[in-house]
Design a protein around this ligand. Structure first.
Ligand code: HEM
Length: 550
């Protein structure tokens, strides 16, 4: 998540401080900042209720960083009959809101509630920007939309808008996400073929999440960056996962001396990114117009990577920032999708009849040659399949908590009659709206249960079912919303459904047992690992067995 969000992108990425050392350091920092805060600011009167905490300003900060889901649970009684409560993250006041009206306001594009500021923190840590790189963004007040904010019309170059346009032009459109999806599927089938060769009646036993973390990461990297990223650094996938585990302090721009382990993991992973980038810059023929404009070629991989490299060069960004921006894009690529794919398979294995129906849908999207051999897949057709869409939506609903935050940019902003001070964050969360009984409850099927059928409605023809989210848009925002909405959402859906399609059409697949992450037997099923915000990975793995059928 370049940029999954505290406020915008970054906070979504939040996983969490997991070690005692991090927690102690965070507490010390918080206390220091708080002292400053109290010296400098007087709290406004007429404020919404505050989420109770044992040590004021500290407990909720730590909870926010280490278990966002628990903070949300604690907030519930504080709401009472209202729809707004407040808490602090260090010195930062956060107003947590719920319900249709407030969420719709956060999802709207607005100059009063903006989503850029925290990204600067991410650019500093994740993208390794030095003061001169950062100043380019900090001095650009024109916003990320095509039309500059009023009064900033003469801004040039427009760094926010240019970065946004990179994603809007070369990641989100169908032409580019389809190109990524096609390469992804080819790489995935090849990986699957080499990992589990056709072997007649033999069954291959493996640990699902461990398996998908390698399989999907490898295939997604090939589709985004081309194959050389793996040949130049064969251990780039484990290096990525080590970075992923350590990423939080980096996201918050915490100092290197305080978190040497996190930055060491970043250095190792980014060295692999740099090796690939140097090689691509040297090898690619920038005078070759057709290669420049192709959707995919083997040196840079996707057009997004080529365009990003060219933009970073034009913009005069430092080498470290150039590598860092790519590190962020790869993080965005991997951080949520793989857990969602794992969860989808886990759920399907517990609902055998849904798995079989999903397999039938997936088969209908395969492209075969004259001899009945699979040569590809119609990814557009696949992502339009009724049940598969419902399965994907239900998995996102259950496993994404995403805290969607906006910074109050003007005086006089009010929510429910409460004045929200300028500089505060207003936050809505998937962790509340995705479990709203009124929106999602179905007789006999609790909102916390995997029940994709809740997203199916009667179609026009008798007996026909269609995928429908009608009336639920403000109750479902796994990809955020407004101008910062995840630009990789179409590819994410393709990636997850292509993975499911490949697994179901190439293999017979059976659940064996739940295991702990170390592979030992677990006495319970997987639950959300709540130390992560955004997408929560499973806290257990599933032992499964596969046998080739294609
Ligand atoms: C299930 C998978 C995914 C989920 C749940 C997800 C979710 C999100 C969310 C919530 C945001 C922040 C949106 C906001 O601030 O309102 C975001 C940003 C972003 N995502 Fe995703 N994402 C996923 C997959 C992907 C993939 C596959 C890519 C491909 C590279 C991607 C690229 C990005 C980028 C580049 C941003 C930052 C955009 C910016 O800074 O303007 N995401 N994502």
């Amino acid at each position: 998540m370049s940029m999954h969000d505290f406020k915008d992108g970054a906070f979504t990425l939040v996983q969490t401080f997991t070690s005692t050392r991090l927690l102690i350091a965070a507490t010390l920092l918080t206390t220091l900042l708080l002292s400053l805060f109290f010296l400098l600011r007087k709290p406004p009167s007429n404020q919404p209720p505050r989420i109770p905490e044992r040590i004021p300003y500290i407990s909720n900060t730590l909870l926010f960083l280490s278990n966002y889901s628990e903070l949300i649970r604690r907030a519930q009684p504080t709401f009472g009959t209202g729809n707004i409560v407040r808490f602090h993250v260090g010195p930062q006041p956060v107003y947590l809101v719920r319900g249709q009206q407030h969420i719709a306001r956060l999802l709207r594009t607005s100059t009063a509630l903006a989503s850029e500021g925290f990204v600067l923190l991410v650019l500093k840590g994740m993208a390794q920007m030095n003061p001169s790189d950062l100043a380019k963004f900090a001095n650009d007040k024109s916003g990320r939309l095509k039309t500059p904010n009023p009064g900033t019309e003469s801004t040039y170059p427009r760094y926010w808008a240019d970065q946004h346009a990179l994603y809007a032009d070369f990641l989100t459109p169908a032409q580019h996400s389809n190109a990524l999806a096609q390469r992804y599927f080819l790489a995935l089938r090849e990986q699957l073929g080499t990992t589990i060769p056709p072997s007649g009646e033999e069954w291959e036993t493996l640990h699902l999440h461990t398996f998908t973390r390698t399989l999907i990461s490898t295939s997604a990297l090939i589709s985004l960056c081309g194959p050389s990223i793996l040949t130049l650094t064969p251990n780039i996938v484990p290096l990525y996962w080590d970075f992923d585990k350590n990423v939080n302090p980096i996201l918050y721009g915490a100092p290197r001396w305080l978190f040497p382990q996190s930055y060491a993991a970043q250095d190792k992973f980014y060295a692999g990114i740099e090796r690939w980038l140097d090689h691509a810059q040297e090898t690619f023929n920038w005078d070759d117009k057709s290669a420049l404009e192709s959707d995919w070629e083997p040196v840079f991989g996707s057009r997004l990577c080529r365009e990003a490299a060219a933009w970073l060069k034009r913009g005069g960004f430092s080498k470290a920032a150039t590598v860092g921006i790519f590190g962020g894009i790869v993080f965005a690529l991997q951080a949520n999708t793989i857990s969602i794919a794992t969860w989808t398979v886990m759920h399907l294995l517990q609902r055998r009849e849904v798995l079989e129906a999903a397999r039938e849908e997936a088969k209908r999207a395969l492209i075969e040659n004259g001899e009945g051999k699979t040569v590809g897949i119609d990814e557009q057709r696949l992502v339009g399949m009724t049940l598969l869409q419902a399965v994907f939506a239900e998995t996102l609903r259950l496993h994404v908590t995403f805290p969607m935050s906006r910074e109050v940019m003007e005086e006089g902003v009010e929510f429910e009659g409460y004045r929200i001070p300028k500089g505060a964050y207003v936050q809505g969360t998937a962790g509340i709206e995705h479990f709203d009984e009124e929106a999602w409850g179905e007789d006999g099927y609790a909102v916390r249960e995997f029940w994709p059928e809740r997203h199916l409605a009667d179609g026009e023809k008798l007996g026909e079912k269609v995928f429908s989210m009608a009336g639920k848009t403000v109750k479902f925002f796994p990809f955020g919303g407004g101008p910062g909405m995840c630009p990789g959402r179409h590819f994410a859906k393709q990636e997850v459904l292509l993975t499911i399609a490949a697994l179901l059409t190439m293999f017979e697949i059976e659940f064996v047992e739940w295991t702990n992450l170390d592979g030992s037997r677990s006495d319970r099923e997987a639950r959300n690992d709540e130390s992560y915000a955004a997408t929560m990975p499973p806290d257990r793995d599933a032992k499964i067995r596969l046998s080739r059928i294609d």
